[in-house]
Design a protein around this ligand. Structure first.
Ligand SMILES: Nc1ncnc2c1ncn2[C@@H]1O[C@H](COP(=O)(O)OP(=O)(O)OP(=O)(O)O)[C@@H](O)[C@H]1O
Ligand SMILES: [Mg+2]
Length: 349
């Protein structure tokens, strides 16, 4: 069993702070996804857990014991990187077996365990090949096979799927999920892809500019975003965020467009609505009316984009719907699923 604690971690490169006051407790066997846009500090955080980077301040502990000073190889972590980190001059077999060789496992046992890991990832036919003679998907499987050739304390995965095409990525994603469930190893997984985060994680830590904005289950991250950053990052499309002004019973979007909604308080607010929580309705029963900007067929649904006070808002509609650009339509919200944020702080009200 292994828990990981990051206590008040700071990391600066020179004068630039890239991770700030990070606190994170990863439970035994938890699959925790660190999610955020490019440059927010995900890889740096993972590298500190791996021991490839030193924290400027704060403590990292495995099972309560400080590991800051422990070199990578003594931390017993298995890593999978975006570029797979395979040794170019070693065969697939040597690559997979390397962690065992490093630990002095005798050749006969090594061969057995490599064969087993290779079989799991259907790499049997490629054992004598060099990495350069493999496709991206095959290299990715070699990296995974190498990470599971022994039972590590912790899995660290940094965007392991980002070099795969869309179809392979979906398959590999479910393989990783299955694998980690089966091995029951505490996992820290880094990605900027919110779909990966939602599908894989027990909990997601949404990171922005070196700070964790929300740490919660995928359901709560989606249904109860803590702020407009999280709301605008999660979901495809992301939550519609419309700046509004509320006064008394009046809610107005930019340009004076009136919304027939009850705001939780007066002032400058941001109204958040998910595309699937908005329905197209008759103008008389609508919460607001808007002009159609585009109508896109997605196969399983139709995405209607409308203009609400200078802002584009996506509406997920029935796949049979066709509506011409420029048409004025009514929109009805599921009001209990509307989100209200303070405009200045971005916090959920
Ligand atoms: N060795 C370094 N020296 C100076 N700055 C660095 C170093 N490593 C990372 N940084 C900076 O720290 C910030 C965070 O980088 P990091 O690689 O952790 O981001 P990330 O969240 O993994 O982004 P991406 O999604 O693009 O991989 C970036 O602004 C980056 O330029
Ligand atoms: Mg990175």
């Amino acid at each position: 069993m292994t828990t990981i604690s990051l206590k008040h971690i700071h990391k600066s490169f020179g004068a630039v702070a890239v991770v700030k006051e990070l606190r994170l407790e990863i439970a035994d066997r938890e699959f925790l996804v660190l999610l955020g846009p490019a440059g927010c500090g995900k890889t740096t955080t993972m590298r500190m857990v791996a021991g490839l980077e030193q924290a400027t301040q704060g403590e990292i502990a495995f099972d309560g014991a400080r590991v800051n000073e422990l070199p990578t190889r003594e931390r017993d972590v298995a890593m999978v990187f975006q570029n797979y980190g395979l040794y170019p001059h070693r065969t697939v077999e040597q690559n997979i077996g390397y962690p065992l060789k490093l630990r002095g496992v005798p050749p006969a046992e090594r061969a057995q365990r490599v064969a087993r890991a290779a079989e799991r990832f259907e790499l049997g036919p490629y054992l004598q090949r060099m990495p350069r003679a493999l496709s991206g998907g095959q290299r990715q499987r070699v990296a995974l096979a190498r990470s599971v050739v022994r039972q590590p304390r912790v899995f660290l995965m940094d965007e392991p799927l980002s070099n795969l095409d869309a179809k392979l990525r979906v398959i590999a994603r479910s393989q990783i999920k299955h694998l980690v469930q089966e091995l029951a190893v505490t996992t820290l997984y880094v990605t900027h892809d919110q779909v990966e985060a939602m599908t894989l994680a027990h909990r997601v830590a949404v990171m922005h500019e070196g700070v964790i904005r929300q740490l919660d289950t995928p359901e709560n991250i989606y249904d109860r975003p803590a702020d407009t950053f999280v709301a605008g990052f999660i979901g495809s499309p992301a939550m519609n965020l419309v700046p509004v002004q509320a006064a008394g019973a009046q809610v107005q979007a930019e340009g004076g467009l009136a919304l027939r909604l009850q705001a939780p308080r007066d002032g400058a607010l941001t109204l958040g609505m998910r595309a699937e929580d908005i329905a197209i309705s008759g103008l008389d029963e609508a919460h607001l009316s808007a002009e159609v900007y585009t109508c896109e067929l997605l196969g399983d649904s139709t995405m209607v984009t409308v203009q609400v006070g200078g802002q584009l808002v996506a509406v997920k509609a029935d796949k049979a719907l066709r509506v011409a650009a420029g048409t004025r339509i009514g929109l009805k919200l599921q009001t209990e699923r509307a989100h209200w944020f303070d405009r200045d702080s971005g916090r959920h009200l």
